[in-house]
Design a protein around this ligand. Structure first.
Ligand code: IPM
Ligand code: MG
Length: 372
């Protein structure tokens, strides 16, 4: 299957005027290594970008006692796009930058494409997988609305659960919030992507709505009701799948999915499962798009155990860079970047996770050579 950047991201009418301003946030662990590798590839493409690297994350905590200084926020606010590395969620508040992008700047539509790549054997799904998970990124369980049950029950003593029982007094709670606005905008984005993929002949334009409304009757009940209304009006075909069954089908038959629209936690888990159809997490790119900005990052973590060893596979971040170029209207360059990345892997130059012996640098050199 010939991969094209607009299989993964629909055209966005937001081409910047002049040289696009990019903020590179390497983050922690291998994040800075894979981000710099990606920027090298973009340079080799000859695409002009104005790149800034403001201080953030653990460095900023050490130097300034603040993981996301105001100056860094201002630089992010003024940018056309952010290229993100990875964060180490085990280090205090180092994830502040990610939370700022997701929750304060509302980059809500998280696109996680998983596409079979001919040169990478996958342990699931044969060679026809071509799906995109559209994960809602601003609400659900993730904005950290948590606390002690004793506080909740003392402030809301009359609350009763679905079975008419009081809450226990000892323990903690995590609140899962679903609002009509957030549901509506994510399903509309999913519809736009599915229609675009269908119009271009990339897929049949089918949406799988993944939820757990059999148990989360009110929250996911609302999610399904709103999504159903919009998808039915769009004329696209769709199905509704409980998340547990959806996970099973991702392993058994990922090639039968097209566009999956789902809430935050489910999209987080399912994208890791689905990544195996593309050769694993070091291959899967992502975009998170809002109404006024977007950030791009691989789906993998910060892998602190291999920092500085040259073992990091930069492919997912390079492919995320391709999604960023597509978003910036540089579609031809985006396409060349995908071809060069996969062409490099196809030629046998690959990192250890894919069974090769290339280092982060030698792999990146080989991609740049193809672009030069
Ligand atoms: C992801 C990651 C993040 C998430 C972590 C690093 C906070 O797992 O982007 O999928 O849970 O969303
Ligand atoms: Mg995740």
């Amino acid at each position: 299957m010939k991969l094209s950047p607009d299989m993964w991201i629909p055209p966005i009418e937001r081409k910047p005027e002049g040289v696009p301003k990019i903020v590179a946030l390497g983050g922690d662990g291998i994040g800075p290594e894979v981000v710099e590798a990606t920027l090298r590839c973009i340079e080799a493409l000859g695409v002009k970008l104005e790149i800034s690297r403001p201080i953030h994350g653990t460095d900023a905590v050490k130097e300034l006692g603040n993981p996301l200084p105001d100056e860094t926020k201002r630089t992010i606010d003024a940018a056309d796009a952010v290229l993100f590395g990875a964060i180490d969620t085990s280090i205090g508040n180092a994830k502040a930058a990610l939370l700022y992008l997701r929750f304060d700047l509302a980059m809500y539509a998280n696109l996680r494409p998983v596409t079979s790549v001919d040169c990478i054997p996958s342990i699931i799904g044969g060679d026809n997988t071509n799906l995109v998970i559209v994960r809602e990124l601003t609400e659900g369980l993730y904005p950290g609305r948590e606390g002690q049950l004793a506080d909740l029950t003392s402030k809301w003593p009359e609350y009763r659960d679905g079975r008419g029982n009081e809450l226990p007094k000892d323990g903690a709670f995590s609140l899962r919030v679903m609002t009509p606005e957030a549901i509506e905008r994510i399903v509309k984005f999913g519809i736009r992507l599915a229609k675009h993929r269908k119009d271009k002949g990339y897929s049949r334009g089918h949406i799988s709505l993944v939820h757990k409304a059999n148990m989360l009757q009110i929250g996911d009940g609302l999610f399904v009701e709103i999504c159903r209304k919009h998808i039915e009006a769009s004329g696209l075909s769709y199905d509704e799948i409980y998340v547990d069954e959806a996970a099973r089908r991702l392993v058994a038959e990922p090639q039968n999915y097209d566009v999956i629209v789902t809430s935050n936690l489910f999209g987080d888990v399912l994208s890791d499962v689905a990544s195996e159809a593309m050769g694993g997490m070091p291959m899967v790119p992502s975009a998170a798009i809002g109404d006024t900005g977007a950030y791009f990052e691989s789906c993998h973590g910060s892998a602190p155990d291999i920092v500085g060893t040259g073992k990091a596979n930069p492919a997912a971040t390079i492919l995320s860079g391709s999604m960023m170029l597509s978003y910036l209207g540089e579609t031809e360059a985006a396409s060349r970047l995908i071809d060069a990345t996969l062409g490099t892997i196809r030629s046998g130059i690959k990192t250890g996770d894919l069974g090769g012996s290339a280092t982060t640098d030698s792999f990146t050199d080989a991609v740049c050579e193809r672009l030069g």
